[in-house]
Design a protein around this ligand. Sequence first.
Ligand SMILES: [Zn+2]
Ligand SMILES: [Zn+2]
Length: 263
Amino acid sequence: MKLCSIASGSSGNCIFVASDQTNLLVDAGISGKRIENGLSNIDIKPDTIQGILVTHEHSDHVSGLGVMARRYHMPIYATYETVMALRRIKSLGEISDELFHYVEPDKPFYINDILVEPFSTSHDASDPVCYTMEVDGEKVGVATDLGKYDDYIISKLDGSDLLMIEANHDTNMLLVGKYPYYLKQRILGDRGHLSNDSSADLISKLIGGKKQQIILAHLSKENNYEELAYETVLSELTRLGIGSSELKLTVARRDAPSDLVTV
Ligand SMILES: [Zn+2]
Ligand SMILES: [Zn+2]
């Protein structure tokens, strides 16, 4: 399987995931033009995308959804409540009913050869999910926009060869930063976002058995930066005795495509 983060962060998310036969996007939260450019960088034609898996209706995940779905007739996969919420976002424009496919947490389904499983997350949206994708025993998990993780989340992501995990903020930067109090509380809350420390804790519980690739994702522009997220997670994993023989750690760029990663 292959993955390319076209954009990842609090100002826009769009992740390309593919098998040899199937091309998918997870979210479309940047402009159609940026998605097209990102795909073109890795030699993918937008009309070969067979589905957009939507995690939730926040604009940093869906702002380019209407444009891409209309322009390329891309099927959209989302929970019922998420689709209802998308319908209320006027800026997405008209999206024809036939493009929507309803998914349910914990009900795996196939898009061609890719087995997709949505799972519920704790986040302040209508019915948010994240996804794992699996082909021939290779598994990719994408988990961002989580206020917290628990045994359920760990069980869903377990066994992933490639994991994209949120490292949204450094808690100290957030606390001393300029965000208003209510927003700080929202981000720190159980339905907000994972800090670098929580991200490291979650990753430590998912490591084992085989070499894994971990991509830190959904970094905040105001309350984090790439080196800090990387060093915080790496030092915590090192403290726990998890070394580079067990994982390859990278950080997804907020505003530029990452390299195409293969598992
Ligand atoms: Zn988000
Ligand atoms: Zn969100």
